[in-house]
Ligand binder design. Structure first.
Ligand SMILES: [Zn+2]
Length: 351
């Protein structure tokens, strides 16, 4: 397009128009002006509904306002285009909360008032999330390392203008996922907490459906061990907590359990709870081997009868139910459930 230009072109045009303005319009030059103007989407005075500029009016305006003003107004490309375009906007509302262990998904919807096709991208995303451009969906599952607030920004563009939708996703601790594969017992790092040849029943398994049960939403097992039965370390590690001064007998007032906690070398930790009074056989910071006697079972604290409660925690930082991990034993003879976990009322013999 020739209006873009060199000054000499403009000069020569101005010259032509001026020189000929009082006589007949120089048809070739004026026609070129009109062609140029028509090809731009602009709001020039005197424009007709179909976008054409009437020659006569156009010429008059040129003379009154001066050609250079018009040339400069018509030559600034982007403002002319943007003035007519309307930006797209977001129709969808961001989902700003997520739970760890649970899939997060937010499908972005954007519309354009001009009917332009809109492309959506995600310039800012947490590492645990991906964006599918075809479905315009943000998705991902936050893990334990992803608790907290994460900035996100999605962008919608109609090719001319881009709008963004910035927000934050807050990830909180979610319930454990009870129904999951525990892994093959053959590859388990854990042995049953009692001697080879002994057999005990699981009086409460993991994740009972009834919320009134203690293991609801927990990975934990209760074995029906009697007061005084020997408890073995299921895995080697370092003892990091010992309590043994409490009496046997049901006391749910809180903190009346005797226990031994063993920290494993991979950062996980196992608790052995409800030990009998003075039932700890190890001391804090003592190194223990797998299968080593660490305590005597009992009925201390909040317990409905003598038993050993065991649970595996992902770290030493949280000991709530959401921090428990699924596990089984590699030497347990007895039926397992579909997840390879121990069954409620299952009987298990150590081999
Ligand atoms: Zn228990």
């Amino acid at each position: 397009m020739s209006i873009h230009h060199k000054d000499e072109t403009q000069q020569s045009r101005r010259g032509s128009i001026r020189k000929n303005s009082r006589t007949d319009a120089p048809s070739i030059v004026i026609e070129q002006w009109v062609m140029d103007l028509k090809s731009r989407s602009t709001n020039m005075p005197g424009r007709t509904a179909d976008g054409r500029v009437p020659l006569k009016m156009h010429a008059r305006w040129l003379l009154l306002a001066g050609a250079s003003v018009l040339v400069s107004a018509c030559n600034s490309d982007s403002p002319v285009g943007a003035a007519d375009n309307r930006a797209p906007s977001f129709v969808s509302t961001p989902i700003k909360s997520a739970e760890h262990n649970r899939a997060y998904s937010y499908t972005v919807d954007a519309a354009d008032p001009d009917g332009d096709s809109v492309s959506v991208t995600a310039p800012v995303l947490p590492r645990w999330m991906t964006f599918n451009g075809a479905t315009r969906t943000l998705s991902g599952t936050a893990g334990w390392d992803n608790l907290g607030s994460f900035p996100v920004s999605v962008a919608a563009s109609d090719g001319e203008e881009t709008v963004t939708q910035p927000f934050s996703i807050n990830v909180v601790r979610g319930e454990i996922v009870c129904n999951q594969e525990f892994g093959s017992p053959d590859s388990s790092a854990y042995r049953l907490p009692f001697s080879v040849g002994r057999s005990y029943r699981v009086i409460q398994s993991y994740c009972p459906a009834n919320p009134a049960w203690g293991h609801h939403n927990w990975f934990a097992y209760d074995f029906d061990m009697a007061i005084g039965d020997t408890v073995l370390a299921s895995r080697s590690g370092t003892v990091f907590a010992v309590v043994e001064g409490n009496a046997n007998g049901t006391d749910c007032s809180g903190g009346k359990e005797n226990f031994v906690f063993v920290a494993h070398d991979d950062g996980t930790a196992m608790q052995y709870v409800h030990l009998t009074t003075n039932g700890a056989l190890v001391s804090r910071q003592e190194r223990v081997a797998q299968g080593q006697p660490i305590g005597l079972s009992g009925n201390s604290g909040c317990s409905s009868g003598p038993h050993l409660h065991v649970a595996l925690f992902r770290s030493l930082t949280n000991f709530d139910r959401q921090s428990t991990l699924p596990f089984n034993y590699r030497n347990a003879v007895g039926a397992l459930d579909v997840n390879h976990g121990l069954l409620q009322n299952g009987q298990y013999t150590a081999n």
